[in-house]
Design a protein around this ligand. Structure first.
Ligand SMILES: [Zn+2]
Length: 248
């Protein structure tokens, strides 16, 4: 009797019931048929994958587990650092989102949208709004075939949003959607000449060349970008402020 080691909560280091002194996850009661403790079960009800549960939920928590230790919950999306990427590296949030297909991401987006009040209560780092925006953007981008144009004028498709940026000071505006479109055309399997690109995007050739230069400088990727990155590619350096992709 008592020689059988008690099972521990599968949330591991992120268990709500872990021992404050030792950091050990809570032990599971013998009557517990699941693999997380009662506190974690209450905190993450419906957000942890279960046998026979939704595939999108399982795929999402599995992706989160590539970055965070312990059994993941959809609420852990708020724990993923969106800014620890830096040059040539994806942030934790970027790594997880780019593992998922468009259909899954739309499900995640819908789940987040339905839980705004609860999400804001849990959102200790102020990440909810940025997370929703990024999930939806990546969902949309990954749903497009690589050569499909993003701009409604060229493809007849309706883009779900437009990014618009303003020149600081002068108040003139630029359509930042063209930054994403340019990145996609440059990565397309078909080669576009500078002239093709300038025509497709309806921008002067010199503007195009400057955008490409800045894009290469910060290694812009439409798989993962911040509004700051887009504004930098479109407008260039703001006076008195260095561009820093990690500052977001
Ligand atoms: Zn627990």
């Amino acid at each position: 009797m008592g020689s059988v080691a008690k099972r521990e909560c599968a949330r591991g280091p992120r268990c709500r019931g872990r021992d404050p002194q030792t950091g050990q996850p809570a032990k599971l009661r013998g009557s517990n048929k699941g693999d997380v403790c009662a506190l974690c079960e209450r905190r993450h009800r419906g957000a942890i994958a279960s046998p026979g549960g939704s595939r999108w939920l399982a795929a999402t928590t599995q992706a989160i587990e590539t970055v965070l230790s312990g059994k993941a919950s959809l609420w852990d999306l708020l724990e993923l650092d969106p800014a620890n990427g830096g040059y040539g590296w994806k942030s934790d949030r970027g790594k997880v989102l780019t593992l998922l297909d468009s259909e899954t991401l739309y499900k995640v987006s819908g789940w987040l949208d339905e839980r705004t009040t609860e999400a804001l209560e849990r959102d200790e780092c102020g990440r909810y709004a940025g997370l929703c925006y990024e999930v939806r953007t990546v969902a949309w981008l990954t749903s497009l075939p690589p050569d499909a144009p993003l701009l409604p004028a060229q493809g007849g498709g309706i883009s779900p949003f437009r990014f618009v940026g303003y020149y600081v000071g002068s108040g003139r505006r630029k359509d930042l959607t063209k930054v994403v479109e340019l990145d996609r055309l440059r990565r397309a399997s078909r080669h576009y000449s500078e002239r093709d690109l300038a025509t497709a995007l309806d921008i002067p050739r010199t503007t195009l060349q400057q955008m490409i230069q800045r894009m290469d400088e910060i290694r812009f990727s439409s798989e993962e970008f911040t509004p700051d990155d887009m504004a930098y590619v479109a407008f260039g350096r703001r006076r008195g402020r260095e561009h820093n992709p990690d500052s977001f």
